[in-house]
Design a protein around this ligand. Structure first.
Ligand SMILES: Nc1nc2c(ncn2[C@@H]2O[C@H](COP(=O)(O)OP(=O)(O)OP(=O)(O)O)[C@@H](O)[C@H]2O)c(=O)[nH]1
Ligand SMILES: [Mg+2]
Length: 916
């Protein structure tokens, strides 16, 4: 019978098994009907129809068929057989749902040697060639594109049931995809189900784990095949109940907790709060009383004794060599150091090259070595798929924008693919389609790349167009390039050592990874005060303005000064004209006959200054102010003007000049000093200046809140964490493009600070079509666009209502109802000392609260979320500090919401609780 059964097992026919004794392992159970010879029964007994074995079709091996090459995989349907093997039995083995019929990767179903069968991790150490012995981890795909074992953890046993042979398309791309998904543990299920659909039978499904008891509390992770009932499609045999999410490390022990959740894996005592040390292989956690017994002398770092010699759990790689509190208390310093050194440096704990793909090609040992030892290696390299532009050194994760610039020209991995970073622009850099973020960076840095562009970019950042033989420029010397990269989370070259030209501190940048960085995006409509708040924050948090910024601001201030003087000179002409008209009227009245009148008035200037005035006004009208004033050249003329009585008389009437901004007085009073070539702007000058740097649209600074004594008492028990860093990114609305399309570049910001000028309610600007629009309404429209932008779906929003000082002045003269949106502002003012605080509070404060609630309701109706609001005067350092600290609190509430909800109050802020 056994022989007959063997005959109907196509598996045996398909693959020749050499050793007869292997049969013993095929301990399948079969049931057969026998002739009934018991007592007579009155009811019908179903009859078993005899089967003629010869009539059962049997698969036979295909030998030397011309139509089949060794590359072809065929689906083989296996008989349904149930294995009764118990969990506790030593497993024989393992299989997988896919198998290659290639000669060098023969499926081992009956103990036949195959490449994969040699890779049981326990046998790895016995292999001479580590590469050969090592399991083909996590992908069974070879560079040929053929299928291999999907899970390398194939043991040298036999198939406990049957096999499924499937066929997948050839080709690297597919191969990359398949194995890529497989590396992602969460995807393994979907791969499985997809595959089972594509195969001839739905009665099998693969389970990745089999728990083969190895040591107390440990199981070995392997693969088994389970079976489905053909009728019900239910799994009829599921031998495992533990799922190791890290499918990339076959054969690795995984710990099984025997006690309750949170207890020590050895003594089964303690709770979640008990301090524990974790095994970097199996994840078992031991309390301080058990750790030494469980881990011994730790020759390979923190591993259970039974896990020594095994690969680490890749998800724990980042903790390698980082000593824990417990070890420090258990061992002397020297010993702890030794353990940590061993943990980091022992061979078995090193990154396995076969788990790293560069440009869709698996790395060899040598390539990995080259990558790790080059002058600028990838940071925090871990198993995964990467792309590498060998020409420029750009390096990134498959499907992502670049994250680093590493040493160029390394011979690692394959050729870069056009879709390596899944870019969807029509710009190619060194044969890679770049991402929209990179395109934005190029545009902001003014690298010309319109339409279909193919650029070649060298490691130094020189770029040229394809087919052209001339370098068009250097990306890294473009104004603002580094700043823009910092804002957009794009890398800059590692040897880029120019001083923090645009305000991003280099030292900080390198430390960035170790610290928690919160990104705050500051945006608002034109002239709302974002730039002032940004500069104020720099001053408050002691972030020095770089030399470039100071130079840039110096010329902005000097240009503005000439602009203000132009306005005064224009006013002088008007005043002179008015004076002359008046004089003429008086003259006619007095002399009643024609004659010569004295054209000289108190507003008249001499010919030299008149020529300068005419020329200046002409320059302003032509819009060439910025280019026409080499620093300091006209300083003597400015001095002369300020000695001139006519000019001073005009200056005294400056309030009548509507176009002259308020900030002008600040600079005009020091005009002579500012016009000089050696002028150096003070921090206050910088604050009052219009703008900050040449890259007008985008500014970025990194800072941390200084620790203040009163922080703990005033700021809701705030615990100062010096490692918490913040990045303030200020972006001008024009930089966001039509419909704020560039907003998606700021997907990684943590909070949006939207700035509104409180005095905009009666002012008008022009919309895109040149139609006048109330500036408050324009602000609201921008707010609506940003609040509802998909990029900010989950983001916190803090509204900064700015220019409160100006509101104080204005609200007395201009009613808030001037803006149609505020038509129902009707404050009941009370002088009664007994009435509530709100009716006694000043008008400007109530106007602020009213506007805040308007925005809160709007935000809530649009997003169903809370809007936080802060009152601010951008020119006041304390106000800006308070607004940014409020943003910090909001972020903190987000993380620890239950603990902090009671603390949503802030003296100058309208809290979420008051919304709606
Ligand atoms: N009095 C007063 N003036 C302010 C305040 N905030 C900003 N300003 C002034 O308002 C003007 C516009 O402020 P900016 O900071 O340049 O505004 P912006 O949002 O950068 O607007 P753009 O210039 O369009 O980029 C400047 O002259 C500032 O000095 C404030 O709180 N109080
Ligand atoms: Mg400005």
């Amino acid at each position: 019978m056994a022989g007959a059964l063997r005959k109907i097992l196509p598996f045996r026919s398909a693959i020749q098994v050499e050793k007869e004794d292997e049969d013993k392992h095929n301990s399948f159970e079969f049931s057969f009907a026998v002739v009934y010879s018991g007592p007579l029964v009155t009811y019908d007994v179903p009859r078993a129809v005899p089967v003629d074995l010869k009539q059962i079709p049997v698969a036979s091996p295909v030998i030397g068929s011309g139509s089949l090459t060794s590359d072809v995989s065929l689906p083989v349907v296996q008989p349904i057989v149930k294995s009764n093997r118990k969990l506790s039995e030593k497993p024989n083995l393992v299989s997988d749902r896919t198998v290659c019929l290639d000669t060098d990767a023969v499926m081992n179903g009956n103990g036949m040697p195959c490449e994969a069968s040699r890779v049981d991790d326990s046998s790895a150490s016995h292999c001479a060639n580590d590469d050969e012995c090592r399991p083909k981890l996590s992908d069974g795909i070879r560079s040929s594109g053929r299928l291999d074992f999907r899970n390398g953890s194939v043991g040298s046993g036999e198939l406990p049931g049957s096999l499924e042979v499937s066929e997948l398309p050839d080709g690297n791309e597919y191969a990359g995809q398949d194995s890529r998904e497989y590396m992602n543990p969460t995807n393994s299920e979907s791969i499985e189900s997809e595959s089972s659909h594509s195969n001839s039978s739905e009665i099998f499904s693969c389970q990745e784990e089999d728990h083969n008891e190895e040591a107390p509390g440990h199981v070995r992770k392997t693969s088994i095949v389970t079976f489905r009932d053909p009728e019900s499609n239910d799994v009829v045999d599921n031998e495992s109940d533990v799922h190791d999410t890290d499918s990339s490390v076959p054969g690795r022990h995984i710990a099984v907790r025997r006690g309750k959740k949170g207890t020590c894996y050895r003594c089964m005592e303690g709770s979640r709060l008990t301090n524990k040390e974790v095994c970097i292989v199996c994840g078992a956690k031991y309390c301080s009383s058990c750790v030494i017994r469980a881990m011994g002398s730790m020759p390979e770092g923190r591993k259970c004794v039974t896990c020594i010699g095994q690969r680490i759990d890749e998800s724990r790689r980042k903790s390698l060599g980082k000593c824990s509190w417990m070890l420090k208390h258990l061992f002397p310093v020297v010993e702890v150091k030794q353990i940590m050194v061993s943990e980091r440096s022992c061979a078995v704990n090193q990154l396995p090259p076969e788990l790293i793909y560069v440009n869709r090609q698996r790395l060899s040992k040598q390539e990995l070595f080259l990558l790790q030892t080059c002058p600028h290696p990838p940071k925090k390299l871990k198993p995964g798929y990467y792309w590498y532009d060998k020409v420029s050194g750009f390096w990134g994760k498959e499907g992502r924008k670049p994250c680093q610039i590493i040493s160029p020209q390394l011979t690692v991995g394959g050729h870069i693919q056009a879709d390596a970073s899944y870019g969807n622009t029509n710009i190619m850099i060194n044969n890679r389609k770049i991402t929209t973020t990179e395109r934005l960076m190029l545009r902001l840095a003014k690298v010309k790349c319109e339409g279909e562009t193919h650029l070649w970019v060298s490691a130094e950042g020189d770029y040229q167009e394809e087919g052209m033989n001339n370098v068009k420029g250097k990306i890294w010397t473009k104004a603002g390039a580094k700043l823009i990269c910092a804002v957009l989370s794009l890398p800059t070259p590692p040897d880029f050592t120019s001083p923090s030209a645009e305000g991003v501190n280099d030292v900080m940048a390198s430390d960035l990874e170790q610290k928690t960085l919160h990104k705050l995006l500051l945006v608002g409509s034109e002239k709302s005060g974002t730039c002032t708040i940004f500069k104020q924050a720099k001053i408050v948090y002691n972030i020095p303005f770089s030399e470039d910024e100071r130079q840039s601001i110096k010329s902005i201030i000097q240009c503005s000064l000439y602009g203000y003087m132009g306005m005064l000179l224009e006013g002088r002409e008007r005043f002179e004209e008015e004076c002359l008209i008046d004089k003429r009227r008086k003259f006619v009245h007095q002399h009643s006959s024609s004659g010569q009148i004295d054209r000289k008035t108190i507003y008249s200037i001499g010919p030299r200054l008149k020529a300068f005035s005419d020329w200046l006004l002409q320059v302003i009208v032509s819009g060439n102010l910025e280019t026409s004033f080499p620093a300091g050249e006209y300083a003597p003329l400015v001095e002369e003007l300020w000695r001139d009585g006519a000019f001073l008389a005009t200056y005294n009437r400056r309030n009548e000049l509507e176009l002259l901004p308020r900030a002008a007085t600040y600079f005009l009073e020091r005009a002579v000093e500012i016009a000089r070539p050696d002028y150096q702007p003070s921090d206050m000058d910088i604050l009052y200046a219009e703008g900050i740097s040449s890259s007008k649209g985008l500014s970025c600074m990194e800072f941390s809140f200084p620790k203040l004594a009163q922080d703990c008492c005033e700021n809701f028990g705030y615990q100062h964490d010096p490692l918490l860093r913040y990045q303030l990114i200020r972006v001008h609305p024009t930089t966001l493009g039509g419909n704020c399309k560039w907003l998606e570049m700021f997907e990684d910001v943590d909070i949006v600070l939207f700035c509104v000028s409180l005095i905009d309610y009666d002012e008008f600007s022009e919309d895109n079509n040149g139609v006048p629009i109330n500036k408050m309404i324009a602000s609201r429209q921008l707010f609506e666009r940003i609040a509802t932008h998909p990029t900010f779906e989950e983001k916190k929003f803090l509204l900064i209502l700015n220019k409160f000082d100006l509101l104080e002045e204005k609200i007395e003269q201009v009613p808030l109802t001037r803006c149609e949106w505020f038509h129902d502002f009707n404050p009941v003012m009370g002088n009664n000392p007994n009435s509530s605080r709100s009716t006694n509070s000043p008008l400007e404060l109530r106007a602020f609260q009213y506007i805040a609630v308007k925005f809160k309701r709007l935000f809530n109706s649009l997003t169903d979320r809370k809007l936080y609001v802060s009152k601010c005067t951008g020119l006041e350092p304390d106000n800006v500090d308070e607004a940014l600290k409020y943003a910090r609190e909001v972020l903190r509430w987000e993380q620890e919401e239950p603990n902090y909800h009671n603390n949503e109050l802030s003296s100058t802020s309208i809290e979420a609780s008051s919304s709606s």
